[in-house]
Ligand binder design. Structure first.
Ligand SMILES: CCCCCCCCCCCCCCCCCC(=O)SCCNC(=O)CCNC(=O)[C@H](O)C(C)(C)COP(=O)(O)OP(=O)(O)OC[C@H]1O[C@@H](n2cnc3c(N)ncnc32)[C@H](O)[C@@H]1OP(=O)(O)O
Ligand SMILES: NC(=O)C1=CN([C@@H]2O[C@H](COP(=O)(O)OP(=O)(O)OC[C@H]3O[C@@H](n4cnc5c(N)ncnc54)[C@H](OP(=O)(O)O)[C@@H]3O)[C@@H](O)[C@H]2O)C=CC1
Length: 515
């Protein structure tokens, strides 16, 4: 049987969400490991004042593509951008482009989605559900289509503790919801949202569950697979360790902790941190594409792409390794020395939020105000608290995912494919991975140079000296205000000091006797 790379040779691939984190890694891997792939058609919209072509050109200059560029400097010739806005009718694809796509595409990877946890329900529904439906309709017209791979999330059914590789009944019939929301104004939808999402934490997981149902309903004439990754993190091995380009999920938390901004967060030390490296997800996705096209399973196969059941690691361990990495490889211009702690206790977390977040922020803003600058720290902390509030649900509990299909797929691969498209997370060394992940946030998200580490260390030493000076001044202040002014406080203070002195004298005397 042909290897995975051989199967992709000569194929035209359609990718949605190609400008996103996973989409880019998917393109890179296809171009590097399947060099004979015919063309990658990518649906892209203009954004933030940049045209579609400007965005694609910028994207191809990205460091992620360095290895591909080395192998084939003309790799951009294989990329065919198609203008598309997924929230528009017909995905806003021109009739000529529809004609091209329906005649030539062999496989579709649907990665596009809104992954914001605070997305308005109407927009999340439009992008995650309705555009999936529209893309499936387009796929039905593709004459040469062999497989359609839908990227979902392992948390689509996070209202369950144990999650099998099946499509669960939807919380509501998607079509009915789409019809109902159509006539409602935004404020009505906003009021109804908590009732609709029920025991799910946000509109993201809710609409991703509905999208799976739509995929199943439309699966009639198509060969479909669903990939459900858990928390997608930096790359493990490919194209190089630690590739990450956004603040989503744990990345923003790691950065905030490394900058010394985040000091406390509610998370369970013992809960499994189900991170999955992005290259693992992409290798599994490409292998699933091949398997779906070649073996044509009778039903929609769902692949839970998780690590917890195979090679578990816990949030407490993550905290330890993140802190130790950032102490050895500090981020530039840290606000304070990195020292974050997680706790599952609500009151303890509230206490430390007040003492370690709000108080320093107020103090810093006061200094900025006094020096004629604009206060900014409280604003940063308010945003951080909002983000943490949305993530806590996922860091305070754990889930069990069945990953039989991932194992089955691994067993279907030849030894060579298993090496080229490695998704065997049993080999993942977590401490090393977390170290590379943190360094990746420094290098690729914050664009900091590793050669500046000595200066960053020097800055941390300066912060330590400021802290010692501050603590000493605080002690003197407390002494002046509370002790020196009250006779009773003074008496208590002298009593405590004399007790300590007596204890020390006794200790010294007894240790001299024993010599
Ligand atoms: C040591 C500690 C150990 C800790 C252990 C505990 C860790 C727990 C982590 C748990 C993670 C669980 C994730 C669960 C994922 C489920 C998996 C998925 O399916 S889905 C995948 C997961 N999905 C998600 O993760 C989505 C979650 N995110 C959201 O929903 C939203 O971003 C938001 C509501 C949090 C903030 O909204 P909003 O306030 O409107 O802010 P915007 O977003 O609009 O960003 C504005 C600008 O700020 C920038 N920036 C952002 N963060 C940071 C930062 N930390 N710093 C600096 N900058 C930051 C940002 O780049 C942007 O810049 P620009 O582009 O303007 O230049
Ligand atoms: N990251 C994670 O931890 C996890 C992600 N997933 C799933 O993986 C998939 C990819 O996620 P990820 O790469 O992290 O997400 P990103 O937010 O990085 O990328 C989202 C992509 O969707 C595109 N998109 C969004 N809205 C539109 C629109 N209206 N029209 C056209 N394109 C649009 C974006 O394009 P543009 O650049 O123009 O905005 C971007 O390319 C999603 O389906 C997500 O649910 C699942 C589990 C975990």
């Amino acid at each position: 049987m042909a290897s995975i790379s051989e199967w992709y040779a000569g194929k035209n691939v359609l990718i949605t969400g190609a400008t996103g984190f996973m989409g880019k890694v998917l393109m890179e891997k296809l171009l590097r490991s399947c060099p004979d792939v015919k063309a990658l058609y990518i649906l892209v919209r203009p954004k933030a004042g940049q045209s579609m072509s400007e965005r694609v050109q910028d994207m191809m200059k990205c460091k992620l593509f360095d290895r591909v560029r080395e192998d084939n400097p003309d790799f951009h010739q294989k990329i065919v951008p198609i203008s598309s806005e997924l929230t528009q009718p017909g995905l806003a694809i021109s009739p000529e482009d529809v004609k091209t796509l329906t005649s030539c595409i062999h496989i579709v990877f649907h990665c596009a989605a809104t992954i914001r946890f605070d997305e308005a329900l109407k927009h999340a529904l439009q992008l995650n559900v309705i555009s999936t439906q529209q893309l499936l309709s387009l796929a039905q017209q593709m004459q040469q289509l062999q497989a359609f791979i839908h990227i979902s999330t392992a948390y689509a059914n996070c209202n369950r503790r144990h999650i099998d590789e099946v499509i669960y009944p939807p919380p509501v019939e998607p079509k009915k919801l789409i019809d109902s929301l159509e006539w409602m104004d935004d404020s009505m939808v906003c009021d109804l949202t908590p009732r609709l999402i029920g025991d799910r934490p946000n509109t993201y997981t809710y609409t991703k569950a509905l999208a799976e149902c739509v995929v199943q309903q439309e699966s009639g004439r198509l060969n479909i697979a669903i990939i459900r990754p858990s928390i997608v993190g930096a790359s493990w091995q490919e194209p190089f360790p630690g590739w990450i380009d956004n603040f989503n999920g744990p990345s923003g938390i790691f950065i905030a902790a490394g900058k010394g901004i985040l000091r406390t967060m509610r998370a369970s030390n013992d809960a499994v941190a189900d991170l999955i490296p992005v290259d693992v997800v992409i290798n599994l996705t490409l292998a699933a594409g091949w398997y779906t096209a070649v073996h044509r399973p009778k039903t929609v196969l769902v692949y839970n792409c998780t690590t917890g059941g195979i090679n578990p690691f816990h949030w407490g361990e993550i905290e330890h390794h993140v802190m130790s990495t950032f102490k050895r490889n500090p981020l530039e211009q840290a606000f304070r020395r990195p020292n974050a702690n997680i706790t599952s206790n609500y009151l303890i977390n509230q206490y430390w939020t007040l003492v370690s977040h709000k108080f320093p922020a107020l103090l810093y803003d006061l200094i900025l105000r006094l020096s004629g600058q604009k206060p900014q720290m409280m604003r940063i902390f308010n945003r951080l608290h909002k983000a943490i509030g949305l993530l806590e649900y996922f860091s305070s509990q754990d889930w069990e995912w069945n990953s039989d299909n991932m194992n089955m797929l691994m067993n279907q691969l030849s030894a060579e494919d298993r090496r080229t498209f490695n998704f065997d997370v049993r080999q993942l060394n977590w401490p090393e991975y977390i170290e590379n992940y943190c360094i990746g946030t420094k290098k690729y998200v914050l664009n900091e140079d590793m050669s500046d580490i000595p200066a960053a260390r020097q800055h941390l030493r300066k912060l330590r000296n400021i802290r010692y000076t501050f603590n000493t001044l605080l002690l003197v202040f407390i002494w002046r205000v509370f002790i020196a002014r009250s006779q009773m406080a003074r008496n208590i203070w002298y009593f405590v000091v004399s007790l300590c002195f007596k204890f020390l004298s006794y200790f010294r005397a007894s240790s001299t006797l024993t010599q």
